[in-house]
Write a protein of this length. Structure first.
Length: 274
């Protein structure tokens, strides 16, 4: 295959004569093409890029620049009378072989283009990919892969094909978030009183918790050793790192001060009389 490709390349015909003038014209065509490509990229970055996500604008700028360069090169070869018909036949066969070998690369490239068009998330968004158990901040969507910074500070590279076909959960698109906790109280304690105590403690020690929508309290289960109450509170997105970690400790402190027991599992054993 490679031998045939080289043979066709050696037999490639030049239908016109290469003269100093024609080469000069070709050089002018390439120079003008490069200048136009730079100007087009500059205008795109000035007028259109600011309205697009950073990664999308960066990749579209590259496509515009190199697209114009390729057009200029094709114009240059046409002006020199170079016939690529034989080369295209061998090149097509060679491209098929390369295509099979690089299908994952092409798939990642196409997926990257679709991600730039769909924009499921933008630079700086906190996202979660449940299919891959990944949660982190989106750094960029590149040509072949995307990069996320996880909570431990490490950066992970995700191929665009997997990123595009996975479920993406945005944790930044909404301005509010909900924190949840489950707490159990003993059967001898009053449920309404326990809820009132928890609500008062949350309002006192967690001022960033929203009043609208107001906290919710649901009796979730009558367990083996306790009545389990689910606590749901809403807070601004920026306070997520404060709300979730201290919610349980706030609830326990309030119940302890009110003398409400948080029971632990117990077993009652009956011994038969002999």
């Amino acid at each position: 295959m490679v031998f045939d490709f080289l043979q066709v390349l050696s037999e490639m015909q030049i239908t016109g004569e290469l003269t100093v003038l024609s080469l000069l014209i070709g050089g002018i065509i390439m120079a003008v093409g490069i200048v136009i490509a730079k100007i087009a990229k500059l205008l795109f970055n000035k007028y259109y890029a600011p309205s697009l996500p950073k990664d999308t604008a960066k990749n579209f700028g590259k496509i515009i620049y190199f697209g114009i360069i390729i057009i200029a090169f094709l114009t240059f070869t046409y002006s020199q009378g170079i016939d690529f018909s034989g080369l295209l036949v061998a090149g097509g066969l060679f491209a098929i072989v390369i295509g099979f070998a690089t299908q994952s690369v092409v798939s990642n490239l196409i997926s990257g283009i679709f991600l730039m068009m769909e924009k499921p998330a933008k630079h700086g968004d906190l996202i979660q990919i449940p299919d891959m158990s990944i949660t982190g901040t989106l750094l960029d969507i590149g040509t072949f892969s995307s990069h996320l910074r996880k909570f431990d500070g490490t950066v992970i590279r995700v191929p665009n094909e997997k990123f595009f076909t996975s479920n993406i959960r945005s944790l930044s698109s909404s301005t509010v978030r909900r924190a949840e906790a489950m707490v159990g109280i003993s059967y001898k304690d009053d449920i309404d009183n326990a809820i009132s105590v928890i609500k008062k403690e949350i309002e006192t020690t967690m001022p960033f918790i929203l009043r609208i929508p107001e906290p919710e309290f649901r009796v979730e289960e009558l367990g083996d050793s306790s009545v389990n109450i689910q606590v749901l509170v809403w807070h601004p997105r920026e306070d997520w790192s404060q709300a979730q970690p201290i919610l349980l400790s706030t609830i326990k402190r309030g119940l302890d001060l009110a003398g409400i027991e948080i029971p632990f599992p117990q077993r009652v054993l009956w011994q038969a009389k002999e």
